[in-house]
Write a protein that binds this ligand. Structure first.
Ligand code: FAD
Length: 526
């Protein structure tokens, strides 16, 4: 029997089974047109994958996983759902590196965007990666399928000596997934988040329409989708700005025992203007070393670890400024002098500056290097009750006192990686859906906890304490990758943009089909 026919027969039989379980969405999904039905998988392994993410906290079961062969398959699926009296939900799944079920679709269909990965060499609408032929100049770009991972984009563009300019810390995330949030890292202060570095998108809207959009055409959809948490359409192609790729990186960590000294130095670095100062950093981040048993000192030379540990013991918290200066073979002779000049005015604890010289790819792919160490120990696939926030610059000192010193340091559980670094608000476009505080400079603060399965609740309580402290102290944070918000909290999150966000939902996804796992419009899904 032909494979599609077999699959259809299997789908029909399993629908009887599931309907008897009382899931009302099941039958409707299984009545999909044949061209869609043959793309649906309902085997236990696929369903289990579709109800899991990097958080390992939420599990919501879809009725089926779609493995689309083309963007029009996605369009037909969404149009079919729209045609029903009770539509089923649809969620694009990039790599499911969300931590709170955002890429799940309870009782609906999860669209496996990784299907398009092997299409390099086809047409740009088939989801591959296509770099323009021009040499490095303003205007160079790469056309990338929405399901492509940033690591593959890096490899393809580097073959032409080009590279995207704005990154995330980890590259095994998908283009559609990060563009639905913002996509931030140490380059954001200079080039803006990844959503700022997009020229054009192909989107399948929540009505199933296939639309190309940019700042010039269908601009409202373009701005809606960027940072839009998957609410308005599924990104099937993105045109991403490129610049020349460097070859190597001076990667530095400087240690501070005083938060206000660290933040003054960070703010000075991100305020540097490339048209005035010739030597400005390519990347600025920061993190904490807390006096806890699980300090990660792997970056530092073995011989220096004892003195770093004793600095942390003395101070309780040591603050780390992380910097990168890119260079090419041409600038090999001058780079050391440039780095020396760059750090000469910085007020880190004397002699606590550390440097590595690595390839550009090694630098960008640094978190994957950690993943390769953690995975075999079973430490990568543990729950991740993360909390990510943007904190206004005017209150970051209070945040340090109340959260870093007041809450994190006093807890009896290991906090894992804690990031803190400032970015420039003027590098964000307010017409996009992503939300940031209203100050010129704000801090990215990420509490990247890794938890045992029996500790999740304790971490969630810790996160609640942090949010409560901010609320009670009047620190107007915005959550990044927001989680577990009530309707009122979502309205507050979007503030003056809420009515536009709601209007856009009514326009592009009137039946509220897309990305229910975000819990914005489909609260019952959470
Ligand atoms: P998924 O988790 O699969 O999806 C995220 C949301 O977007 C879901 O609602 C989904 O339905 C929707 N979606 C997915 N694909 C599409 C599409 N093509 N079109 C429309 N909607 C879509 N983020 C940063 O900004 N900076 C970082 O430095 C950073 N570091 C990280 C490090 C690690 C180890 C991990 C696990 C995550 C990190 N993230 C970071 C978070 C990351 O940006 C989010 O997890 C994001 O959701 C991307 O993951 P994903 O591609 O797997 O998307």
């Amino acid at each position: 029997m032909a494979k599609p026919l077999l699959m259809l027969l299997w789908l029909i039989t399993s629908s009887i089974l599931v309907v008897s379980e009382g899931q009302s969405g099941t039958l409707s999904v299984l009545q999909a047109p044949t061209e869609v039905a043959i793309r649906l998988a309902r085997d236990p392994q696929s369903l289990s994958e579709g109800s899991t993410d990097f958080g390992h906290i939420i599990h919501k079961h879809p009725v089926a996983i779609m493995n689309p062969a083309s963007t029009s398959d996605i369009s037909v699926l969404i149009k079919f759902s729209n045609s029903l009296d009770i539509p089923f939900s649809v969620a694009a799944r990039g790599e499911a590196h969300s931590v709170n079920g955002q890429s799940m679709a309870f009782g609906g269909v999860v669209v496996n965007m990784s299907c398009f990965r092997n299409n390099n060499g086809g047409s740009s609408s088939s989801g591959g990666i296509f770099v323009t032929e021009k040499t490095a100049a303003p205007g160079d770009y790469v056309d990338v399928g929405g399901g492509q991972r940033w690591i593959d984009v890096l490899h393809e563009t580097m073959k032409r000596g080009l590279s995207p300019r704005s990154w995330t810390d980890y590259l095994y995330l998908t283009v559609g997934g990060t563009l639905s949030n913002a996509g931030i890292s140490g380059q954001t202060f200079r080039f803006g988040p990844q959503i700022q570095n997009v020229y054009e998108l192909d989107v399948v809207t929540g009505k199933g329409e296939e639309v190309t959009c940019s700042r010039e055409i269908n601009s409202d959809l373009f701005y809606a989708v960027l940072g839009g948490l998957g609410q308005f359409g599924i990104i099937t192609r993105a045109r991403i700005a490129l610049g020349p790729a460097p070859t190597r990186v001076k990667w530095l960590r400087l240690l501070y025992n005083d938060f206000s000294v660290l933040s003054a130095d960070q703010e000075r670095l991100i305020s540097m203007n490339e048209s005035v100062e010739k030597n400005i950093p390519n990347y600025v981040e920061g993190s904490l070393l807390l006096n806890q048993s699980s300090m990660d000192l792997s970056f530092y030379p073995q011989t220096d670890r004892p003195r770093i540990t004793s600095l942390v013991h003395q101070n309780g918290i040591v603050y780390v400024l992380e910097l990168a200066e890119y260079y090419t073979n041409d600038s090999q002779t001058t780079i050391d002098k440039e780095v020396e000049e760059l750090i000469s005015g910085l007020k880190f604890v004397a002699s606590f500056n550390f440097e590595k010289d690595v390839s550009y790819e090694e630098f960008l792919d640094r978190v994957h290097t950690d993943e390769l160490v953690l995975r075999p120990q079973g430490l990568w696939d543990l729950p991740h009750p993360w909390l990510n926030m943007f904190v206004p610059k005017s209150r970051i000192t209070d945040f340090n006192e109340g959260v870093f010193k007041g809450i994190l340091l006093k807890q009896n559980i290991s906090t894992g990686v804690v990031l803190v670094y400032p970015v420039n608000g003027n590098k964000w476009d307010d017409r996009m859906s992503a939300m940031i505080p209203s100050e010129d400079v704000f801090y990215v603060v990420s509490l990247l906890h890794t938890s045992r399965f029996d500790e999740v609740e304790a971490y969630q309580k810790l996160n609640q304490m942090v949010l409560q402290f901010c609320a009670e102290s009047g620190i107007q944070i915005k959550q990044y990758l927001p989680l577990n918000m009530t309707r009122k909290q979502w309205v507050d999150h979007f503030g003056a943009k809420w009515s536009l966000f709601e209007q856009r939902k009514a326009q592009y996804d009137p039946k509220r089909i897309l990305s229910p796992g975000q819990g914005i419009f489909n609260v019952n899904n959470k």
